[in-house]
Design a protein around this ligand. Structure first.
Ligand SMILES: *Cc1c(COP(=O)(O)O)cnc(C)c1O
Length: 412
């Protein structure tokens, strides 16, 4: 065994989170560095979905809306997420997708700042965030504009024409972080509202929405929260704004009394008005169980492990693979990074396919980014060492350079 691997083993032995890995069903022979895209299956989620299917749906049928807590799952789950993002239980619900929640909250925000005509974002934001903003400008008209500036220009672009600053804390391509406190303060100073997309933050690092005075937030639960493919997303509205929100998707689940079946819409009090319609309960069940994994997880310890994993990965890749043309795309300084590391390589797609064929699962983002996610609940230090050894072997032998590995699939 190499000295690197021995040192990694020693780190794993003293890891405060080492018992968490057993909570997941990870296939043999796989080093899973893509939990930033789709978290793996928690054992308890599998059990819960089996029960929800066989017992709650299969046996109890429609009674389960009342007897199995289906009716309130949006808030039960929301409260569990709230603890991870520095929010109060009644400030978060789970519902719909991130894209839809972006739509709901951004329209509501634009209506809260009539007369202001700019939704501001940056070009590093995830495309759906930008597309939804463009769609809203098109829908609302009245000169509303989706303004997209360079990441470094965000602070200077915030002025009194801006209704909403809409940003993702951690950039999906290179893992770079915005300064959440500084940007939120600048938005408020200019009288704008602030919406944070936490897709790559929730479950990846400590988040303190109320600590920074954030107004609105959204995020998904199938990445670091391990809720399963297409799991429900969440949304946050600070308590002080909840009564002023006018939901653009005024469905019956956001009504004050949905089971009165009256003809007139009247928004529910509080966070619940941001719901729209009936939700996928089996997905909610998986997520609800997956979130229980976080009971007792110390977010500072989580972050410390995440930083340690990312630091060793960067050091080993640069030492062993640097001569093959890989360059670091993520910030070198840990404080400015999320829980992923990205490298650029002109042949990144084929190299990633070769890695996946050898059991090291990361992903590729056009045009040339290899992404590696380090989810501290189940990634070990030995995984980092083993992944880099396989990457080195692929690069040194050129085994990535085949037509098979160059052939692109629909999902990269
Ligand atoms: C993953 C991700 C999304 C995904 O949105 P969906 O509606 O779930 O498809 C949105 N925004 C960001 C920043 C993401 O990373």
């Amino acid at each position: 065994m190499t000295a690197d691997r021995q040192a990694a083993q020693r780190q794993d032995e003293t890891d405060l989170l080492r018992h968490m890995r057993d909570e997941f069903l990870l296939p043999d022979g796989v080093i899973y560095l893509d939990g930033n895209s789709l978290g793996p299956l928690p054992r308890r989620a599998r059990e819960r979905v089996a029960r929800a299917g066989a017992h709650e749906w299969g046996n109890d049928l429609i009674r389960s809306w009342n007897t199995a807590g289906w009716f309130d799952l949006h808030s039960t789950v929301g409260a569990k997420i709230a603890r991870l993002i520095g929010a109060e239980a009644d400030e978060v619900v789970a519902a719909d997708s991130t894209s839809i929640n972006l739509f709901k909250l951004s329209v509501a925000a634009a209506r809260l700042r009539p007369g202001r005509r700019v939704i501001l974002s940056d070009s590093g934001n995830f495309p759906t965030d930008l597309y939804i903003g463009q769609g809203i400008a098109d829908l609302l008209g009245q000169g509303l504009e989706m303004r997209i500036v360079d990441r470094d220009q965000v602070l200077s672009a915030i002025d009194e024409t801006v209704a909403l600053v809409m940003l993702t804390e951690v950039d999906f391509r290179d893992g770079r972080r915005h300064d959440v406190a500084a940007v939120t303060a600048a938005a408020h100073k200019a009288g704008a509202l602030m919406l944070w997309d936490l897709c790559h933050s929730a479950g990846a690092l400590p988040v303190d929405l109320n600590g920074v005075g954030a107004d609105l937030a959204v995020g998904c639960s199938y990445k670091y929260l391990n809720g399963g493919p297409g799991a429900p997303a969440f949304l946050f509205v600070a308590r002080r704004l909840q009564a002023d929100i006018r939901p653009p998707l005024s469905g019956w689940w956001g009504h004050d009394r949905p089971f009165d079946f009256v003809t007139g819409y009247r928004a529910a009090e509080g966070i619940r008005r941001n719901l729209c319609g009936t939700q996928p309960i089996l997905s909610f069940s998986a997520l609800d169980a997956a979130l229980d994994l976080w009971d007792g997880v110390d977010m500072a310890a989580l972050r410390a492990k995440s930083v340690a994993l990312c630091e060793s990965f960067i050091a080993l890749v640069e030492r062993d693979c640097g001569q093959y043309g890989l360059t670091l795309a993520s910030p070198r300084e840990a404080e400015r990074r999320g829980s992923q590391v990205s490298f650029r390589h002109p042949e990144g797609y084929a190299i990633m396919q070769a890695l996946i064929a050898r059991g090291v699962i990361g992903d590729f983002r056009a045009p040339d980014v290899l992404r590696f996610g380090f989810a501290p609940l189940y990634i070990r230090h030995v995984d980092v060492v083993d992944a880099v050894a396989i990457l080195h072997n692929i690069l040194a032998t050129g085994s990535w350079d085949t037509p098979e590995f160059r052939a692109r699939s629909a999902v990269t």
